[in-house]
Design a protein around this ligand. Structure first.
Ligand code: SF4
Ligand code: SF4
Length: 319
């Protein structure tokens, strides 16, 4: 099984693509998470110990300054569980950099993290919160028992701080990904369904829903293999390939940094240990003055997950 997953990064008929101007730095602050979802492409969980240190964050701040980065997108694991999370966000906001927190909303009600909703609101951090379905059964099946209830409680906490409310300036976007190995449904239609259901049932408000395709890598690839569905899912992604999505795949404008400071073209390549441009491993510190625009991007079969159907990126559908 591992051979097949490694092969994805090495041999592919996915088209060659190149970088455009760099505007976003995506930082994986570590694999520690308070829950362990079956679809998690970083295989995060409560027993993971990998966490980004302050030295790597300081290098990231130097990179932000030198490259005029406008957005830093922090992810994990649960990024709030990194002990330097607050200092790092504060330094970025002092530079007027837009910060996105990819938040699993259960962390907002996790004992020890009661500070998180107030902190995010006080620093004007955009929250992108995962809620893979508005059905409690589906969420609990994918993420674990009780996760739906805790997620709703976390989102309520954000709403009370102003998140998702008109004219508050505090953006709350939700993320959906399918439970079954199928493509996500139409983003606009599903957003309307989420808005209706979460509003009527819980009084929740949010700005947008992002629909993401599940990437056939790591824990999700292993689950597909176990169920004999890996080949069919890959074929589904390839059959739904749309060339017009290529122009806007997220790797054109961002780089992804792992917890040790190694740089990749995106979070998915990071999980496949595929270095920036498919070349030799390189750290952020070595790229501070580099001009990355025009450089080639390291691709693999998993890239079909970004170009299938309406397309998929960390900001949802591409079209
Ligand atoms: S909450 Fe997110 S990071 Fe944590 S295990 Fe689930 S998918 Fe992975
Ligand atoms: S997985 Fe998507 S974002 Fe990553 S390199 Fe491939 S096309 Fe780009």
């Amino acid at each position: 099984m591992a051979d097949v997953i490694e092969q994805q990064a090495g041999q592919t008929d996915f088209p060659a693509i190149r970088r455009g101007p760099l505007h976003t730095l995506q930082m994986n602050l570590g694999y520690l998470c308070n829950i362990a979802c079956t679809h998690c492409h970083v295989a995060a969980g409560p027993k993971r110990t990998e966490l980004m240190d302050w030295q790597t964050m300081a290098t990231a701040l130097a990179f932000v300054d030198a490259q005029h980065i406008t957005t830093v997108d922090v992810t994990g694991g649960s990024p709030e569980m990194n002990p330097h999370f607050r200092d790092f966000v504060q330094c970025l906001r002092e530079r007027d950099v837009h910060v996105i927190d990819r938040c699993n909303p259960t962390i907002l009600v996790e004992p020890g993290y009661e500070w998180s909703a107030d902190f995010l609101a006080a620093h004007g951090v955009e929250v992108i919160a995962s809620l893979p379905c508005y059905s409690a059964d589906n969420v609990d099946a994918q993420r674990g028992k009780g996760v739906f209830e805790a997620s709703i409680a976390g989102l309520e906490k954000l709403n009370t701080r102003g998140y998702g409310q008109a004219n508050s300036g505090l953006a709350l976007n939700l993320v959906y990904n399918p439970v079954a190995p199928v493509l996500p449904p139409d983003q606009n239609v599903l957003e309307a369904d989420y808005r209706r259901f979460l509003g009527a049932r819980f009084g929740l408000v949010f700005n947008h829903l992002f629909t993401l395709a599940n990437m056939p890598i790591q824990r999700y690839a292993r689950a597909l293999m176990r169920d004999g569905e890996y080949g069919a899912y890959m074929q589904l992604l390839k059959d739904a390939y749309r060339q017009d999505n290529l122009a806007s795949v997220m790797c054109r404008g961002l780089i992804s940094v792992d917890w040790q400071g190694h740089v990749h073209d995106c979070d998915f390549n990071q999980m496949l240990a595929l270095p920036l441009g498919g070349g030799a491993p390189i750290t952020l510190g070595a790229l501070i003055d580099a001009d990355l625009a025009g450089r080639s991007i390291g691709v693999g079969d998993h890239c079909y997950g970004c170009t299938a159907g309406q397309g998929s990126s960390c900001g949802g559908a591409l079209r």
